[in-house]
Design a protein around this ligand. Structure first.
Ligand SMILES: Nc1ncnc2c1ncn2[C@@H]1O[C@H](COP(=O)(O)OP(=O)(O)OP(=O)(O)O)[C@@H](O)[C@H]1O
Ligand SMILES: [Mg+2]
Length: 396
């Protein structure tokens, strides 16, 4: 991975709540172009929710998501809370203040409310309109490109212009992020042929030429190790590994820059897991893909990921390069995940002890509250002041 590479995806204080369930709670991370970022944690910790928030299946609760520097997701809860808290604070403090002091506080309050309301307005606008704004930009680019050519254009060029314009108008930033879904059976419509499944995104994007569509579908099938004869069949006629490959083909036909692979191998036999991982590895190199790779155990992501983020109950508790995380795990939850990895070494296996993680017993967060902090360059851990001091001494 190139450290100077551009940041493709930036997730900033992401919160996704379902009622009282804080499925994702203040998670931040960045993915550089060309990088494979592994996201691990036990069942229910919020990995899929993080992925689904990034592809805009939800209006996120709080935080920001930027893709290529453009804000594609923006929540408003934190702004609303700031307004509520400021109002409460004003009520309490102004009761005992002098009239002048009270007037000054009111002015401050009004300014804060106006600023946060502006933030809310902007967030709502970006959440809703980022695709439109992006399409506008592309349309302008197409028009600029064809402006001179159109003056004495042949019918072919005119048609080319029309096609390009139609596609630009329908362009969506979000289609550059594609998700391979966790469950390869439930995520493929059983009534659609493989051809229809794989081509769906292209058609939505405005492609109409059946020949072009067919060629693209065949190309994708071959790219993922299937054959063109498979195009006319239905999902139930395939094995689990093959279905996962169909999911991969459906994602890459859109020529995405970022793939979110949500436990792409968990449902598969061990022998087929390696095949699908190798396929993703090949595609990464051949197509220059950036991948957010979600898994629930560390052994799967170890060799494949440049960096790894560890989630626990909606929080990111540790983030580092793969090498660093395996060499110097700091958070007790990461250590517990590492202790669960079996090794093909009978002597080690006899001695291997599973470390259990018990959050309440492990940390005292009653007064000294934890935040996500950088211990050594690029190695982040959730910790409070006391733990920070301890971790710092551990890595020296
Ligand atoms: N649409 C939803 N509505 C309400 N709650 C949800 C929804 N989606 C997820 N949750 C809850 O959010 C939490 C996180 O779920 P999520 O699917 O993100 O976990 P996960 O880390 O992907 O787990 P797994 O490894 O089992 O796939 C869980 O408590 C889940 O019950
Ligand atoms: Mg999941």
């Amino acid at each position: 991975m190139n450290n100077n590479a551009e940041t493709l995806l930036k997730v900033e204080h992401l919160c996704q709540y379902f009622g009282a369930n804080r499925a994702v709670d203040d998670v931040s991370f960045e993915i550089k172009k060309g990088e494979v970022f592994g996201l691990v944690g036990e069942s229910g910790c919020g990995k899929t929710t993080t992925g689904r928030s990034i592809i805009k299946l939800y209006d996120i609760t709080s935080g920001n998501i930027f893709f290529k520097g453009i804000r594609i997701g923006a929540g408003i809860r934190s702004y609303q809370e700031e307004i509520e808290n400021a109002k409460k604070n004003y009520k309490e403090k102004s009761a005992n203040a002098s009239p002048e002091e009270s007037a000054r506080m009111k002015k401050e309050l009004d300014a804060l409310i106006a600023a946060r309301k502006e933030d809310i307005k902007k967030a709502r606008f970006d959440q809703k309109n980022c695709d439109k704004e992006y399409a506008k930009k592309l349309v302008a680019e197409v028009k600029a490109k064809y402006e001179k050519l159109l003056a004495n254009a042949t019918p072919e060029v005119k048609k080319e212009y029309k096609d390009a314009l139609r596609k630009a108008k329908k362009a969506k930033l979000a289609t550059q992020i594609q998700m391979i879904f966790q469950d390869p059976i439930a995520s493929l419509d059983p009534r659609m042929t493989v051809r229809e499944i794989i081509a769906e995104g292209l058609i939505i994007r405005g492609e109409r030429d059946q020949k072009v569509i067919d060629e693209k579908v065949y190309q994708m099938l071959e790219l993922v190790g299937l054959v063109r004869e498979h195009a006319g069949r239905y999902p139930h006629e395939f094995s689990g590994g093959q279905r996962q490959r169909i999911g991969v083909a459906r994602a890459i036909i859109m020529n995405p820059e970022l793939i979110i692979a949500d436990e792409p191998v968990s449902a598969l036999d061990v022998s087929i897991q390696a095949q699908v991982i190798n396929l993703l590895g090949d595609l990464r190199h051949d197509l220059g893909l950036t991948i957010l790779f979600i898994a629930h155990d560390l052994s799967v992501v170890k060799y494949f990921s440049d960096r790894i983020g560890v989630m626990y109950f909606g929080k990111m508790v540790e983030l580092a390069t793969s090498d660093e995380l395996f060499k110097n795990p700091l958070h007790p939850y990461t250590k517990s995940l590492l202790s669960a990895i079996p090794l093909p070494d009978p002597i080690y296996e006899k001695k291997r002890k599973r470390i259990q993680y018990n959050r309440l017993a492990e940390h005292d967060y009653s007064v000294d509250k934890p935040t996500f902090r950088e211990i050594t360059p690029g190695h982040f851990v959730e910790c409070n002041d006391a733990e920070y001091a301890k971790y710092e001494s551990m890595v020296e």
